[in-house]
Design a protein around this ligand. Structure first.
Ligand code: AMP
Length: 266
């Protein structure tokens, strides 16, 4: 088999508004299938038909690809988004984020973190102690890229998640992204909830706590959402952090330990 690897990335927009983005890593013989699957996704998006779909196919330096592993998965059931956000804040604080900073990140995601209250295409980076925004571009944010499940492990991982009731493709995608983010130097925690108005589940990921899903972090019908990477100012440096997230190819092996869902109430 050819030992080359490619990154296949899709980005769709309506006018100047970002609609959908997704990406995979694959061998040369998989590239056309991956491209057509990602394009089909752009056209199936609930947000409407795209005006523009860009697919980028890029050969990777195979020597640069590093191996990653899935974090443990926990699911917390809360009764409403207020409780969900309280829990998210506690998990962030448990990872070393200052309480005021945790709360302000939650407020920012709820209000729309880009200027004018819009959703960002990428993630914010926030100093976990001072609360300062550190991403170079507050409209775009930082987009994590070049990560995937190792192709020979994908179907086993999908089946493993399906059997645990986590078969929604979003779960695997977010888990893959979080697994890469957790390897980033200086990262303390990630907080995410989707801007999809029908998808209320979000998560907090931390090196010690793994990937902790929270079944409700927003109101149904809300278009708010986003991601924030909280960093330790004493262990973080901008260029290596951003370079790792955007450029370093990561292939995940194995599959996650999935813990039974638990209820959480304030
Ligand atoms: P999603 O879970 O795909 O709905 O994404 C939720 C939010 O996370 C988006 O609104 C973006 O702000 C952010 N986001 C999505 N994809 C990425 C990515 N690859 N890297 C960083 N942030 C992202």
């Amino acid at each position: 088999m050819n030992s080359d690897w490619y990154s296949v990335r899709m980005r769709a927009s309506i006018g100047s508004r970002h609609l959908s983005g997704a990406e995979r890593l694959g061998r040369p013989e998989e590239v056309s299938t991956l491209t057509s699957r990602l394009t089909a996704r752009a056209f199936a998006h609930v947000g409407g038909a795209p005006d523009n779909v860009n697919c980028t196919i890029e050969k990777l330096d195979a020597a640069e690809i590093c191996q990653g592993f899935f974090p443990d998965v926990r699911t917390w059931q809360v009764t409403d988004f207020a409780d969900g956000r309280l829990l998210a804040s506690q998990l962030l604080v448990g990872a070393g984020v200052r309480a005021q900073v945790a709360d302000s990140c939650i407020k920012l995601l709820a209000a729309g973190p880009a200027p004018g209250g819009a959703v960002m295409r990428g993630a914010m980076i926030v100093d976990a102690v001072s609360g300062q925004r550190l991403e170079p571009d507050a409209v775009r944010g930082v987009r994590v890229s070049r990560m995937d499940v190792a192709p020979d492990e994908r179907s086993a991982v999908e089946e493993h998640l399906r059997q645990a009731g986590l078969g929604h493709p979003r779960v695997l995608e977010a888990l893959v992204l979080a697994a890469k983010v957790l390897k980033a130097p200086g990262l303390l925690a990630e907080l995410c909830w989707s801007d999809d108005p029908d998808y209320l589940t979000g998560y907090v990921a931390t090196p010690a706590g793994g990937y902790q899903r929270i079944n409700c972090l927003k109101e149904r019908g809300s278009f708010s959402g986003g991601r924030v990477f909280l960093v330790d100012p004493h262990a973080w440096s901008r260029d290596p952090f951003i370079d790792f997230l955007q450029k370093k190819p990561v292939l995940l092996r194995g599959y996650p330990t999935i813990h039974p869902a638990e209820s959480w109430g304030s």
